[in-house]
Design a protein around this ligand. Structure first.
Ligand SMILES: NC(=O)CC[C@H](N)C(=O)O
Length: 304
């Protein structure tokens, strides 16, 4: 597959759409990014990396961190984690509280904010400094040193975290958070504020395309079964209440973030990351979703 050529075709098609959608501003610091950035990277399992546009420019990974935090929590907690977090699509926005009251403080899945807060609580119990453990893990997965979080983005989100704070307190009232709410929120905001670029993220997600093993070193991150299950969760829950439409249009396991990044993978073939800051109503990158749709259309590759 000539991914270099495919990326050029995708770039040419999405260029006129850049700027459609709206850059997230409910975290004020996120609004300071240019809406016309676009980058995409494909990391194949044989070690090649194909890029286009701003693929080496760092951005705020936001909810993409939920994927890697979940992998870490599964490694330390195992399947007990599922007693505290569900595995069903929520059908509601990523920051919704409504289901929690009827469902005894157990979030529908680990990729909405409520679920990620429970996952973060597990990491707070298991690691002295969870944000350092997560960035160390991301350095290993992406094969790049020095991954950090952006302090300004972290402080900006922490100052505007009333909604996530309400969610965390509510879950704590059901006994589904073990650590102090402030500690969990601090760690959560630091995870979301991690900065990476498309190349690093395409490499970081590629172990899921490789049955749970890091391509190159062959180190096992997750066993085959867990890796398969993680990909299934990405497909059903990774793009919030647009997951059905995303499966219809793109047909790949994916995880998005409000910084405009989306990671995806083609099993047995490659890890992918696309970045374009303006978001569609659902909170997924507008042009990034289009780019992934073009990728599967142009290559004929998807999981279906
Ligand atoms: N969907 C997202 O990327 C949301 C992450 C963001 N930090 C929040 O909690 O609201």
């Amino acid at each position: 597959m000539d991914y270099g050529r495919v990326l050029e075709q995708i770039h040419a098609t999405v260029l006129p759409t850049l700027g459609q959608g709206k850059v997230a501003d409910y975290i004020p610091e996120l609004a300071n990014v240019s809406p016309t950035h676009f980058g995409m990277a494909i990391a194949t399992l044989d070690g090649q990396v194909h890029t286009i546009g701003d693929a080496r420019m760092g951005f705020s990974i936001q909810s993409i961190s939920k994927l890697f935090a979940l992998v870490m929590a599964l490694k330390v907690e195992g399947d007990d984690l599922w007693k505290r977090v569900g595995r069903e699509p929520s059908g509601t926005p990523f920051n919704s509280l409504v289901q929690l009251e009827h469902e005894a403080g157990k979030p529908r899945n680990p990729f909405i904010n409520a679920g990620a807060l429970v996952v973060t609580d597990i990491l707070c119990t298991r690691f002295a400094v969870p944000e350092n453990a997560l960035s160390d893990f991301l350095e290993k997965l992406s094969g790049t040193p020095a991954i950090h979080y952006n302090h300004r983005v972290e402080r900006s989100e922490r100052r505007h975290s009333d909604r996530n704070s309400a969610m965390a307190h509510f879950m704590k009232s059901f006994g589904n958070l073990r650590n102090p709410v402030d500690q969990v929120l601090d760690a959560y905001c630091r995870h979301c504020a991690i900065e990476m670029n498309c190349v690093q993220l395409a490499k970081a997600v590629s172990f899921l395309a490789n049955h749970g093993r890091i391509p190159g070193s062959d180190e096992e991150v997750l066993d085959v079964s867990r890796s398969k299950r993680l990909s299934a969760l990405m497909l059903t829950c990774g793009t919030y209440d647009a997951a059905g439409d995303f499966a219809f249009r793109v047909g790949l396991p994916a995880k998005s973030g409000v910084g405009g990044g989306i990671v995806a993978l083609i099993p047995g073939e490659c890890g992918i990351c696309v970045w374009s800051p303006p978001l569609a109503e659902s909170g997924n990158s507008f042009s990034g979703s289009l780019a992934l749709e073009l990728l599967t259309t142009l290559t004929g590759r998807s999981i279906f």
